[in-house]
Design a protein around this ligand. Structure first.
Ligand SMILES: [Zn+2]
Length: 481
């Protein structure tokens, strides 16, 4: 009997193709979830393996501490006590024990009849032991003072209800001054009578800010922010503050997002008396991470300067465009590519018409003189780095200040040992923030960071982080190109 494929067979084959057939290579989306940092997951959820591990530990423990009977334990104790009493000839101590009625078989200085270095003998060797056990000066500060300073940064003009904005002190009442050892909890009469926003119309100074809901103690908070303002990576900060690195990582991410959100968009070069410098740099930053040990469906991240040509978003060498006012501020922008159309709106916003601007001879800057700027060029290719065009003996035409800034930017990015290009705008914003305050001391930068953190709405910074983590760079960091 001749076998001909019927309609059923064709449908079956089609179904199989639809179910199991895949193209040879899937189009790799840039934002594959597996490439992004993992959320918190239970790491070892394998009950069988856990039971085995516990059983092994139990056996080990049994071997180390064999079971003894009650009589054996009593004999052991009396033997130890006798040893201790024999080796400690002080009658005063014995009398003290008897008076207390509760003998302490292991007083400091004697352990099982042998002398061992303990707290007392250590303090004899080093009189600063108690100071050395702290993390720094912060552990010797009063918690209430630290909270008070934080509250002053949060509310420079006195308490304010975060639910309704009420500021009149007769409607705001401090109902729990000891909450979190000095943070305090207020109640707003307006909110309490109107209904129930928040917890019965009550609030703390941290309600509605980035730090809302973080159960971090105030000393660790100050320490972490101070190290952040000093440019330390979060792992270093965690070591210094003796907390888990996820704690500091979460806090530093939030601070970075707050700094990104509060960036200034004011012009920096204000007129013909100011001199501006433009330049662009390329930072190698790919997509990092192999979440959960999965195989990557893409080429590994490129390192080093192996690629020829100008860097772009797609080639993992992200261009950073920088504007600088001599003796003033710096503004940095991470771009998808560098073209005239990309940088024109930025230049128009940041630099007033008629200002003197100096660039290198890259052709994207040719529009500057057409748009009404006094544009001068140094041709790096011809070996020119600084020119004296007005003949006053000072070489004013150069963009070396900007080149110097790139050097500092690369230095700062090196701290983090490779940054994902998703997060690069946040890191660059952090650098810009700290670099513009480089003449201030670390304490003032710390205060500025906290001010920025309290300026931004909690939801907007966490939204920003969520959007950076889950997807769209273009929406998060609105750059042209
Ligand atoms: Zn209120």
């Amino acid at each position: 009997m001749k076998h001909t494929p019927g309609l059923r067979h064709i449908i079956l084959v089609l179904l199989l193709i639809v179910t199991y057939g895949r193209p040879a290579k899937w189009p790799t989306p840039v934002w594959d979830e597996r490439l992004l940092p993992p959320g918190r997951v239970r790491q070892h959820h394998n009950p069988q393996r856990n039971r085995e591990r516990w059983a092994r530990r139990w056996v080990k423990w049994q071997r180390r501490c064999p079971r003894v009977g009650r009589a054996a334990r009593r004999r052991y104790r009396t033997r130890i006590l006798r040893q201790i009493l024999h080796t400690s000839p002080s009658e005063v101590l014995v009398e003290e024990w008897k008076q207390r009625g509760r003998p302490e078989p292991f007083p400091a200085g004697t352990a099982m009849g042998k002398q061992s270095p303990t707290a007392e003998s250590a303090s004899e060797l080093d009189p600063l032991t108690d100071l050395r056990q702290a993390r720094g000066w912060i552990d010797h500060m009063d918690e209430r003072e630290l909270w008070a300073m934080l509250i002053r940064i949060r509310w420079p003009h006195g308490p304010e209800c975060p639910h309704c904005g009420e500021r009149d002190p007769q409607y705001l009442k401090l109902i729990d001054a000891d909450y979190r050892n000095g943070l305090g909890r207020w109640c707003c009469r307006v909110c309490a009578e109107a209904g129930d926003p928040g917890e019965g119309g009550t609030f703390t100074p941290l309600t509605g800010t980035l730090l809302d809901g973080m159960r971090i103690d105030v000393r660790t908070l100050w320490l972490t922010v101070e190290l952040f303002a000093d440019g330390k990576a979060s792992v270093e900060t965690a070591k210094e503050a003796r907390v888990n690195r996820h704690t500091t990582d979460r806090l530093t991410r939030l601070l970075r997002a707050a700094i990104y959100q509060t960036r200034s968009t004011e012009p920096i070069v204000l007129g013909p008396e100011d001199a501006g410098e433009f330049d662009e740099a390329y930072l190698t930053a790919g997509l990092k991470g192999r979440a959960g040990g999965l195989q990557l469906e893409r080429e590994p991240r490129k390192r080093g300067l192996k690629q020829r040509g100008r860097g772009t978003w797609d080639s993992d060498r992200l261009p950073v465009f920088g504007l600088l006012c001599r003796g003033g501020q710096v503004r940095l922008f991470v771009l998808r590519n560098v073209q005239t159309e990309t940088i024109r709106p930025i230049v128009h916003q940041m630099v007033q018409c008629g200002a003197r601007v100096y660039t290198d001879s890259y052709c994207i800057y040719h529009f500057l003189s057409r748009d009404g700027y006094q544009h001068k060029v140094v041709n790096h290719g011809a070996g020119e780095y600084a020119l004296d065009l007005d003949g006053d003996g000072k070489c004013e035409v150069h963009c070396n200040t900007m080149e110097c800034t790139w050097s500092w930017l690369r230095q700062m990015i090196r701290t983090y040992r490779g940054v994902s290009k998703v997060y690069l705008p946040l890191y660059v914003a952090q650098f810009e923030f700290l670099f513009n305050r480089r003449h201030k001391n670390c304490w003032n930068r710390t205060l500025d960071v906290l001010q920025a953190a309290f300026q931004v709405e909690a939801t907007s910074a966490t939204d920003l982080l969520a959007r950076v983590q889950t997807a769209q760079f273009a929406e998060v960091c609105p750059v042209a190109g």
